[in-house]
Design a protein around this ligand. Sequence first.
Ligand SMILES: Nc1ncnc2c1ncn2[C@@H]1O[C@H](COP(=O)(O)OP(=O)(O)OP(=O)(O)O)[C@@H](O)[C@H]1O
Length: 240
Amino acid sequence: MVEFRKVVKSYGNLDVLKAVDLAIDKGEIVFLIGPSGSGKSTLLRCINVLETIQSGDLIVDGLSAKGTSAEIRQIRLEAGMVFQQFNLFPHMTALENVMFGPLKVRRSGKVEAEAIARDLLAKVGLSERAGHYPSQLSGGQQQRVAIARSLAVRPKLMLFDEPTSALDPELRHEVLQVMRQLADEGMTMVVVTHEIGFARDVGSRLLFIDKGHILHDGDPKELLANPPSERLAGFLQHIR
Ligand SMILES: Nc1ncnc2c1ncn2[C@@H]1O[C@H](COP(=O)(O)OP(=O)(O)OP(=O)(O)O)[C@@H](O)[C@H]1O
């Protein structure tokens, strides 16, 4: 589904991803952890071409991130993204937010778009809130609408960038539950998070990124129970 081949991403003189090689298969639930500034968000943002890479190759579902604008547009359709800040359209209801992608991107008719949106709001447990504006929803509810909005474009892959970091602890659970359900349904997911327990329970794979390198790549339960380096052990101690 995703393949990085010697990918370098820099901002000016700062190399943030340093010749990263990584292959992610369909159905994998990959968690990215690592210190602040290590390049986790950048890696995620390269996948849906929010960032352009300096060298190497990046292939998403057979499409090149260095390809034509049509290819890049297709990658963005296939890779849905959920951010820390939910980024909903404030002047649109939950339903309208979720209908936006089908209407504008997939060119669905209004009736079809509304049916898709209502289905997805039900899936994230928000049928009752369809007519509410973002300002009338809790942070957890807004994030669930944001997930529904991404799913409405029928992505093949979901990217999550610290989706619960802006939420109070009691609201995180409802978002994690929706993510767990998606994982159970077989969605391919790449998740940047500090929720180590969640990564251990739900992840099929854990990557520890340090200074632009993937330092460890393995089974979440094993890596977390027996960190193979001082670097990972220290990081885990710090965030726990
Ligand atoms: N648009 C940008 N312009 C310049 N430098 C950037 C830009 N985006 C990120 N950086 C720098 O790239 C490095 C990696 O940033 P990135 O956001 O990928 O780290 P991260 O591991 O996700 O960190 P955090 O856990 O703090 O979110 C940091 O040093 C950051 O300051």
